[in-house]
Design a protein around this ligand. Sequence first.
Ligand SMILES: Cc1cc2nc3c(=O)[nH]c(=O)nc-3n(C[C@H](O)[C@H](O)[C@H](O)COP(=O)(O)O)c2cc1C
Length: 336
Amino acid sequence: MTTYSKTRALMQRGIDFLGSETAILCGAMSWVSERNLVSAISNAGGFGVIACGAMDPELLDKEIAATRELTDRPFGVNLITMHPQLFELIEVCGKYGVGHVVLAGGIPPKGSVEAIKGHGAKVICFAPTLALAKKLLRSGADALVIEGMEAGGHIGPVSTSVLAQEMLPELADEHLIFVAGGIGRGHAIAGYLEMGAAGVQLGTRFACATESIAHPDFKKAFFRASARDAVASVQVDARLPVIPVRALKNKGTEEFTAKQREVAAVLDREEIAMAEAQLQIEHYWAGALRRAVIDGDVENGSLMAGQSVGMLKEEEPVASIIEKLMAQSEDALSRR
Ligand SMILES: Cc1cc2nc3c(=O)[nH]c(=O)nc-3n(C[C@H](O)[C@H](O)[C@H](O)COP(=O)(O)O)c2cc1C
């Protein structure tokens, strides 16, 4: 890879922390971020992250082992905090000496950060607000990802540009902050690095890379879509707080509204507790995403995608995407 000295200088803290050639992470994407894409990202100088999603410890064990076969570079594992076997999954990461564990989906439960660090691994958490960011850092998080609502998948209510302005000036001098959500070109990377970010995380841009196992019809839907097709799901019942998901509009989007009504009705009849209701919603998403990514059912499945989807026009190898992002960032910095 060309030197890209200005970009690399700004990324240096992130590079040292991740142990990769660039501080560009490919965010975990359920069903998409498996051995092939993760190893391709790390081999190309980025930092790949396995999406554990709903996998059980045995499956995660196999996935880490298989990824190791394909790369000798560092990669991470993303665990969902509400997974009922979270601590067993942490043990599996420890068994393989995974260097970085990303905790997604809410505040890490008591003891989880300590358990990860007990294995000598670094902990990366998502910080939705400045107050929470400070709390997570105090509780032992080694780095944070701040992710704006432009992103694909589960999202918060605030845009990346606002989160970056709120958090980077306060935190970036002393802490490692990675910025995610809506990044499609290297020019945006340059901007966030100049604001103090240690690196960036992208998902949508990598979902349709040549090495991604996503179904060809899933990829075609991405290439056809524009930014405005990637819409956030709406919450239909005030009593059932559902984390919004950004995905391409299709029949599945409407089915999700119906699913929420169904779960709310069961909740009404007091047949299930709130936590169980929310878990049912999450299982629904996992199933719907699988239908789209693996089976290619782009009508009824979930086409989780961020607004940067409009900038994707064709399948491209991961190495070429990373090279372009670095070149664009370098170009932007050189013009300053
Ligand atoms: C198809 C898809 C699936 C995703 N699944 C997960 C997931 O399982 N866990 C997670 O923490 N983030 C997930 N994300 C979010 C990504 O890791 C990443 O943070 C996000 O895509 C970055 O924003 P961008 O899409 O604008 O690049 C997913 C995103 C997409 C597009």
